[in-house]
Design a protein around this ligand. Structure first.
Ligand SMILES: Nc1ncnc2c1ncn2[C@@H]1O[C@H](COP(=O)(O)OP(=O)(O)OP(=O)(O)O)[C@@H](O)[C@H]1O
Ligand SMILES: [Mg+2]
Length: 310
């Protein structure tokens, strides 16, 4: 297995604040790797360091063997970065935009023509080649934004929350686009807050919190490791905060969380459901519904994000 990204004890401080703390990670060539974590976890900070936009305070990061600090110029020539805001010009046509971005990477003449036409057909934008970028639909604009980062055939494509604000259809199209780019051999590094997206798209995911890695692995493995069963209970009047504090000391209960839908308990071992119901009743709660399921990536996330706070 060949590692294309190697991160060794990487730290980033802002004054006294440690946005990244001694993060070490290997990412295998050809994978789609998802970076997850709550707001402020350090995902964008990590991505900025890898994209040579921010210098680390300590440690090293290498892309295809190149140091992101020492070999910055070379690194920039082998990565593509998709910013959250569209980076193309609305007044230029799709083709003109690609030609412009090509020129930034010194891809000119017949090379850029051929490359543009390949990218546009891969991203299903061929028909729009001569349309002004500003007139594209939202989903098409997202694809063009990615296309602009692909003109120089990067070995690694980095996307920071690319699906924010997309409707479900455009999001699906974005996933197809990312898979397509990946199939061409490009390694993908993506951050997202959508667990379903990470689950559907990523070969491996990393959950970080407060500048540190909490867990890393295949989505399936992480779900299996999260627990055996998730029970969601809705009750009335629904004072979940206090029930949660009664449930948490029980050893077989891995994690507990609640929202307006009810209280969710992830079980690591056998706990008779009746024991849990008894606790609800002891707090004067009337159980309205009980649902049981296997852990989802969201359960993994809530558990992992909670863990690092302790
Ligand atoms: N330039 C900066 N100066 C000071 N603090 C910063 C700077 N950039 C980021 N931070 C802090 O570092 C921490 C990590 O921020 P970062 O943007 O990496 O989080 P994130 O995981 O991308 O979060 P989100 O999911 O909200 O995008 C935050 O506490 C943030 O306030
Ligand atoms: Mg961010």
């Amino acid at each position: 297995m060949e590692q294309i990204i190697k991160i060794v004890s990487l730290s980033k401080n802002y004054g006294d604040f440690k946005a990244l703390f001694e993060v070490s990670l290997d990412i295998e060539k050809g994978t789609i790797f998802g970076l997850l974590g709550p707001n402020g976890a350090g995902k964008s900070t990590l991505i900025r360091v890898l994209a040579c936009q921010s210098r680390p305070s300590g440690g090293h990061a290498y892309i295809d063997g190149l140091d992101v600090v020492i070999d910055k110029k070379k690194v920039l020539s082998i990565i593509g970065v998709v910013p959250q805001e569209n980076s193309f010009y609305d007044d230029l046509t799709v083709n003109e935009n690609l030609t412009y971005f090509g020129s930034l990477y010194r891809v000119h003449g017949s090379d850029i023509k051929e490359r543009s036409s390949n990218i546009l057909s891969m991203l299903r934008l061929g028909e729009k080649a001569n349309n002004r970028a500003g007139t594209l639909s939202g989903g098409m604009k997202t694809r063009l934004n990615i296309a602009c980062a692909l003109v120089h055939k990067p070995r690694v494509l980095i996307l920071d929350e690319p699906s924010v604000g997309l409707d479900p259809v455009s999001r699906q199209a974005l996933w197809d686009t990312i898979r397509e780019v990946n199939r061409e051999g490009t390694t993908i590094l993506i951050t997202t807050h959508y667990m379903q997206e990470a689950d559907a798209l990523c070969d491996r995911i990393l959950i970080m919190n407060r500048g540190k890695i909490v867990v890393e692995g295949k989505p399936g493995e992480l779900k299996e490791a999260a627990g055996e069963k998730v029970i969601q209970i809705s009750s009335s009047p629904g004072n979940y905060e206090i029930i949660k504090s009664s449930l948490e000391p029980i050893k077989a209960i891995r994690s507990c969380s609640f929202d307006e839908m009810g209280l969710k308990v992830t079980l690591g071992g056998e706990v008779p459901a009746q024991d849990i119901f008894d606790i609800f009743e002891s707090h004067g709660e009337k159980i309205k519904s009980v649902e049981s399921s296997s852990p989802s990536l969201e359960d993994v996330f809530i558990h992992a994000a909670g863990e690092a706070w302790h």
